[in-house]
Design a protein around this ligand. Structure first.
Ligand code: HEM
Length: 506
């Protein structure tokens, strides 16, 4: 009897689900996709396996979208996913859909209502307040931090000079983390000289555990995750990160208060210093953020800024090791701008390093740290290609595929040719979007470009970068020179761990 009851409920539930999804099923029928799709799970099985398998699956679906004229799609478990590799369609999606992918709410454990993954009503006012603090006017202050921190990094890696292959990303991680802590919180952490710094370790451990959870949707509900034996460890990392930032905020507030009580002049000086000399934290205090909002947004900036810059700069260093002729051109340009001098780079110099900028952009084109982003459709709209999207459909903007779409990048789209950013205009502004596009794009793109340019320029000035021996080859890619093997967790990374060698230049 009970069995029949359960069976009837199940049948009714399936029938209701199919009825509710009838419009999506109709849309799914219009999504062309020659990849194998299974009942119930759709294309999800392609993404099972190692991080490298996942990247290969992501690349295949991207190529499929290119093959199908820019749009493909299929069911990913119970979500209908439309994959876009055409910039006209991508631009429209980014304009109309601001809601992020379901499931990312688990970031709330660390960043609460931090604007990066927040619902639109919370995101909008915070973004408006925060975006200007990362604008062009603050670049001079950032540059001073980047030049100083990149020198520290060079001292660190010099121990590897002429000593064979090593992974550069560990050093760039410490450089990026120390720089972002200094510019956002306004403190010197000395992380580069202290690889066991609790904040750095907690950040790395949290990242690993977060990615592992993200890949297992059944662990999303808090009540399930809290039952896991490693939950305590996860919570501990969050506590360390939040407590570190909280203490900096408390100290900053106290400092303002102490100054007010004891030394009015010093307090005025601190508060009246120009905006471009203030840390992100001080500027958000000026705007009137409360302590909780400050903690959330500081963690957002650190979380969003550290790993992405590390991946971008590490890939660039590896590409320079693989393309000596490109590296020579970068070095020649640096000498043309700076001559023989050892002086640190200034803002005006950075503006002249056009080829270096092109090298970084070309690396971000072929190896975008964020290879795909997902938006959830909230209201019905039609893409320029004629494809009609309906509410609750997921749209994956396939940045990796957009960057290799031959219609917009030509026949040599797979080749590493930095000159294309100097000799050819983009065919569409959204054809190149490593920092996303539209209202919810990256607010740290200028900061990131400057951070990566300074660390790469300092590296090339001091050392010759050589390839590590035996770098492995990425399967399923056609290209004259061997492409790098990549993998995907929450970001795209190098399978071989960004191995390279360095030798002193002089
Ligand atoms: C190479 C480095 C970087 C890359 C490739 C990158 C890429 C991206 C991408 C693709 C998005 C959009 C995500 C989405 O739409 O779902 C994004 C958003 C964001 N990024 Fe970056 N980013 C980089 C560096 C930075 C830095 C240095 C910061 C801060 C200092 C930063 C702060 C943010 C924030 C706050 C958002 C959320 C913006 C919003 O939702 O309004 N990023 N980034």
């Amino acid at each position: 009897m009970i069995f029949i009851l359960i069976l009837s409920i199940l049948v009714l539930w399936i029938v209701y689900g199919r009825y509710k999804n009838r419009h999506k099923r109709k849309l799914a029928g219009l999504c062309r996709n020659s990849q194998m799709s299974l009942p119930v799970i759709g294309v999800a099985h392609h993404f099972v396996g190692t991080d490298e398998d996942r990247m290969i699956a992501l690349m295949k679906i991207g190529r499929e979208a290119i093959k199908q004229g820019g749009v493909a799609g299929g069911w990913l478990l119970n979500t209908l996913m439309v994959v876009v590799a055409d910039p006209y369609d991508a631009e429209e999606v980014m304009r109309v859909s601001l809601r992020k992918m379901d499931g990312l709410e688990i970031t709330g454990d660390l960043i609460g209502n931090g604007h990066m993954f927040a619902q639109v009503p919370i995101w909008r006012p915070r973004r408006k307040a925060i975006a200007p603090i990362l604008g062009q006017k603050s670049m001079e202050m950032f540059l001073e931090t980047f030049t100083r921190q990149s020198e520290v990094m060079m001292d660190q890696i010099s121990a590897h000079s002429g000593k064979g292959p090593f992974s550069i990303s560990k050093f760039i991680t410490a450089y990026s983390m120390e720089s972002i802590c200094e510019t956002s919180l306004g403190i010197r952490t000395d992380i580069q000289n202290n690889p066991d710094h609790p904040f750095l370790l907690a950040f790395l451990r949290f990242g690993k555990m977060f990615v592992a959870r993200l890949m297992k949707p059944w662990l999303y509900p808090d009540f399930v995750y809290k039952l896991m034996p490693y939950y305590r460890h996860y919570k501990k990392q969050i506590d360390i990160l939040q407590e570190f930032v909280r203490q900096v905020i408390v100290a900053k507030r106290l400092k303002f208060r102490d100054f007010e009580n004891e030394n009015r002049a010093e307090c005025d000086q601190l508060q009246n210093q120009p905006d471009n000399k203030k840390s992100f934290l001080e500027r958000l205090i000026d705007i009137g953020f409360n302590d909780e909002q400050l903690q959330e947004e500081m963690l957002v900036l650190i979380l969003a800024g550290a790993d992405t810059c590390t991946v971008g700069a590490s890939f660039t260093a590896v590409m320079l090791s693989q393309y000596p002729e490109v590296q020579d051109k970068v070095y020649t340009e640096l000498r043309a701008v700076l001559g023989d001098s050892d002086r640190p780079l200034e803002l005006a110099d950075a503006g002249q390093l056009k080829y270096l900028e092109a090298v970084i952009k070309e690396t971000l084109r072929l190896y975008p740290p964020v290879p795909a982003i997902v938006r959830m459709v909230e209201k019905e709209f039609t893409l320029p290609s004629g494809f009609k999207l309906i509410p609750d459909v997921g749209v994956a903007i396939h940045i990796w595929a957009l960057h290799r779409n031959p219609t917009f990048w030509g026949k040599d789209a797979e080749e590493f040719r930095p000159g294309r950013f100097l000799d050819t205009n983009l065919k569409h502004p959204a054809a190149f979007m490593p920092f996303s596009f539209g209202a919810r794009n990256c607010i740290g793109s200028r900061y990131a470009m400057m951070s990566m340019m300074i660390v790469i320029a300092t590296l090339v000035r001091r050392f010759k970068i050589l390839p590590s021996k035996g770098a492995s080859i990425q399967k399923h890619q056609k290209c004259k020179k061997k492409p790098l093997r990549t993998k995907f967790d929450i970001m795209m990374r190098h399978v071989d761990g960004y191995q390279l060698q360095i030798e002193p230049r002089r």
